[in-house]
Ligand binder design. Structure first.
Ligand SMILES: *Cc1c(COP(=O)(O)O)cnc(C)c1O
Length: 418
């Protein structure tokens, strides 16, 4: 009989490591159900697990017996998806939690304490920026935001004696300012500091940050990994370079309590099984739409790393050879009126703040996700009144082009703009 592994470690057939991505996304980490032989890992919606006797109960609490005892600390459905994610990211182990924000919070709190400092890229998810700037600041953990983490001297200059973590996103949104992962990890490791990479927008199908030196990878699994847009979740993947990291993160997640529902873990696993197919289509659609937008007279600029015009194109060729993802921004010449008109006229794109969904989504960052930024901060992030963010789905791209074309031509060009 195969024993389930509560710690989420990759206890899988070593031969599987030699299989391709598409094979691993449907098989890695699968442990046959000993009770009934279910082919799909069942949804174990059980808060607790029975102890055979007095000694087994004591053993589970002492960590001497590998079985489960309480879902906040481990659950077979959650452990199954943890093993798969660890394998796909080439990590040693993974801890799944209730959301991407929980994954970031638990990661930072595992590595940091009062008085510690984080060096972060400036272009990151607004939720993470707020967490670092406002919430952690209240507990004595501070952060510096580096405008260009690919400038090795500027990055090195941001380090302080109390710097304990470096944070970047493999594909930042909406601007796609790709970090040079090997440069960033080289500078951080020279200072003895681990690197955390948020790999939400790329997924392991496009890049595996651990293979480029990252120590920890975090995900909002709510996005591309699930794809269906019906289950919030998060995950932390441990490269195994920080002593005891997984055990400490799991303990902390148990204490703070952001437990992933086993039902959401099940939905996540269903999503992961088609990840490569979806992300390939997302990326192909996004490239075609970005090229189309670049050729439109109404569009001033397109920030997609797959375009040869992007200053990040060389980094994309190096780190994202399988595709450049599908979340990017473009800026309309007509400012906020043009943006409002386009967004109000689309019928196939969903007006929504989410990303990585199989459906195409459209959003105006300056009035929504980035509403709290000052005009100077908006400009630094390349967000103007006419900037629109797309998360391109897997629909037929001709239908997406038609929806944008029909809507964009209703945009009145400003009278003096030629
Ligand atoms: C959505 C997102 C998060 C937060 O994830 P939730 O699952 O919504 O909590 C963090 N980082 C990035 C890059 C994201 O896109």
């Amino acid at each position: 009989m195969t024993t389930a592994v509560p710690d989420g470690a990759v206890h899988t057939d070593p031969a599987l490591q030699a299989y391709g991505f598409a094979t691993e996304q449907v098989h890695a980490g699968f442990v046959p159900d000993a009770g009934h032989g279910a082919r799909i890992t069942p949804v174990y919606l059980s808060n607790g697990f029975l102890f055979d006797d007095f000694d087994q109960a004591a053993g589970r609490f002492a960590g001497e017996d590998e079985g489960y005892y309480y879902t906040r600390y481990g659950n077979p459905t959650i452990a199954s998806v943890e093993r798969r994610l660890a394998a796909l990211e080439r990590g040693q182990a993974s801890v799944a939690v209730a959301s991407g924000q929980a994954a970031l919070t638990i990661t930072f709190l595992t590595l940091l304490q009062q008085g510690d400092h984080v060096v972060s890229a400036r272009s990151i998810y607004e939720g993470t920026r707020g967490l670092l700037r406002e919430d952690f600041a209240r507990f004595g953990i501070t952060a510096s935001f580096v405008p260009d983490p690919n400038d090795a001297d500027a990055l090195a200059a941001a380090f302080r004696p109390d710097t304990k973590a470096v944070f970047v996103e493999s594909i930042p949104n909406p601007g796609n300012e790709l970090p040079d992962l090997e440069l960033v990890t080289r500078v951080a490791h020279a200072h003895g500091v681990p690197v955390i990479v948020d790999n939400t927008l790329a997924t392991p199908y496009l890049v595996r940050p651990i293979l480029h030196g990252a120590d920890i990878v975090v995900h909002s699994t709510s996005k591309f990994l699930s794809g269906h847009g019906s289950a919030i979740g998060g995950a932390i993947v441990d490269a195994g370079t920080i002593p005891d990291f997984t055990a400490r993160a799991r303990e902390l997640a148990g204490r703070f309590g952001p437990t992933l529902s086993p039902f959401n873990a099940f939905l996540l696993q269903q999503g992961i099984e088609t990840l490569s197919l979806r992300v390939r289509q997302h990326s192909a659609n996004a490239l075609e739409l970005a090229r189309w937008l670049e050729g439109r007279p109404e569009v001033a600029s397109v920030a997609y790393s797959g375009l040869t015009s992007s200053p990040y194109h060389a980094l994309a060729a190096r780190y994202l050879p399988n595709g450049q993802g599908s979340v990017f921004a473009f800026t309309l010449r007509g400012g906020i009126d043009a943006a409002r008109s386009l967004i109000d006229n689309v019928t196939l794109f969903s007006r929504m703040t989410h990303l990585g969904d199989v459906r195409s989504l459209i959003l105006h960052p300056a009035s929504t996700t980035h509403i709290h930024l000052t005009p100077a901060e908006l400009a630094e992030n390349g967000i103007g009144p006419g900037t629109i963010r797309l998360s391109v789905g897997i629909e037929d791209v001709s239908d997406l082009v038609r929806d944008l074309e029909r809507s964009i031509t209703r945009v009145r060009r400003p009278p003096f703009d030629r």
